[in-house]
Design a protein around this ligand. Sequence first.
Ligand code: C5P
Length: 317
Amino acid sequence: MSRRNTGLTVRAPAKINLHLGVGGVRPDGMHPLLTVYQAVSLYDDLAAAPAEAWRLGLTVDDHVAAHEVPLAGDNIVDRAADLLAAHHGLARADHGAAVHITKAIPVAGGMAGGSADAAAALVALDRLWGLETCDDDLLAIAAELGSDVPFALLGGTAVGTGRGEIVTPVADHGSWWWVLALSARGMSTPAVYRHFDELHPDASPEPPPADALLAALDSGDPARLAATLHNDLQAPAFDLRPDLADRIARGEAEGALRGLVSGSGPTCVFLCGSGEHARAVAAALRVPDPATGAEPVVLVAHGPVAGAHVVEGLAAH
Ligand code: C5P
């Protein structure tokens, strides 16, 4: 039987930041971070099949705004393909692929959806093109693509330092349940960081530590984790989107152990004590907006989960 390469599908998770400690802005405009990432069970899938030319397509879940995803030349998946080919000295013109992304992670939601797609593309194209890039090189290419991309490769629960791109796994003995309250409108990450600078013109270059949170993760105790969740971008995000503060208060009033803005927002995440508890809080938050009648999209997820991984391999028959 002849071997025929029919492509593969790679799944990559959304992230939330359990601790996002931000230091004063660096000369390059980026902020030193001490963050603790967790990968959660909301995924984008990227399918890649052999093709002469490069094609990129998109299908989105109902709650994802398709028009916010740039597909013409400026997609982070295009850049991932360019960097991976360049790393191996390959001409892009000779390396096509038919790539299709199925998005469930909200765009500009503070959950690193674009980063998940980039990580999935690196894993998929590395296999499709038979490159066998070593893990360290893949992480370095990921870091060039964006601060959150290395974590999307790694998954699990990890500390991020530098601008977030230096990732180290940490001990996590919990199985954590989250309610994710999505927002119809995205938020600009640079705008939230700029407002952080306005609020903290004298911020120390050393971001605040996460020792108590790391101990809580090690303990597996949701009440301890709830007490130590921290996000330095939450106050600037509240200033730009005052509705988020109301949202957090509502989730906590409905019994969540703690609510927090995810990354630079606007997704709000709520820690719950069990899957059942999370489903009850989610149901309580799914009430129509009195002004618009629109029902908010509220999902339940658990973490930690794996980083970008192949779910349907290269069929070889
Ligand atoms: O690295 P990434 O492309 O995800 O960053 C997007 C933007 O977020 C940056 O251009 C910068 O404005 C801001 N950012 C930052 N400090 C970080 C990470 C991101 O200021 N550590």
